[in-house]
Design a protein around this ligand. Structure first.
Ligand SMILES: Nc1ncnc2c1ncn2[C@@H]1O[C@H](COP(=O)(O)OP(=O)(O)OP(=O)(O)O)[C@@H](O)[C@H]1O
Length: 116
């Protein structure tokens, strides 16, 4: 499976993204939140730097959710039983998404404030 063409690798990445959107309701929530943010920004028209920052935030939150979902799926496959350490790992993964989501909301609000 090594050294495959770029187009084929892009196909794998897209199929991973589509799988996550179909399987994970949190991923769908992040997608809706991102579309909503883009719509509000298109109306408010902040400076280009804010567009860059919010695009980075959207990408970081999606990436964190993809890491969270893929590790959860792997953990559940390898160890389906309840275990206190798995609880800590899953809670930390959820915290990663939460921290980035809070940063995204703060940056979004600051961007809107800059338009006043
Ligand atoms: N195998 C386990 N052992 C111990 N605690 C678990 C285990 N699986 C889940 N938990 C606890 O339940 C919480 C929710 O886990 P779950 O796998 O449902 O994550 P989720 O992100 O809410 O999933 P979903 O995407 O299905 O909503 C975890 O954060 C953890 O505290």
């Amino acid at each position: 499976m090594k050294n495959q063409s770029f187009i084929r690798k892009l196909g794998y990445a897209l199929s991973g993204f589509i799988y996550a959107v179909k399987q994970e309701h949190n991923m769908r929530r992040h997608l809706v939140a991102a579309l909503l943010a883009i719509w509000v920004f298109a109306w408010a028209q902040p400076a280009a730097i804010w567009w860059a920052l919010i695009s980075l935030c959207i990408a970081l939150v999606w990436a964190a959710e993809l890491i969270n979902s893929s590790l959860e799926a792997l953990i559940d496959h390898l160890h389906p039983q309840i275990h206190p350490q798995i609880k800590h790992v899953k809670d930390m993964l959820a915290a990663m998404v939460l921290v980035l989501s809070i940063a995204a909301v703060i940056i979004g609000l600051l961007a809107l404030y800059s338009c006043l």
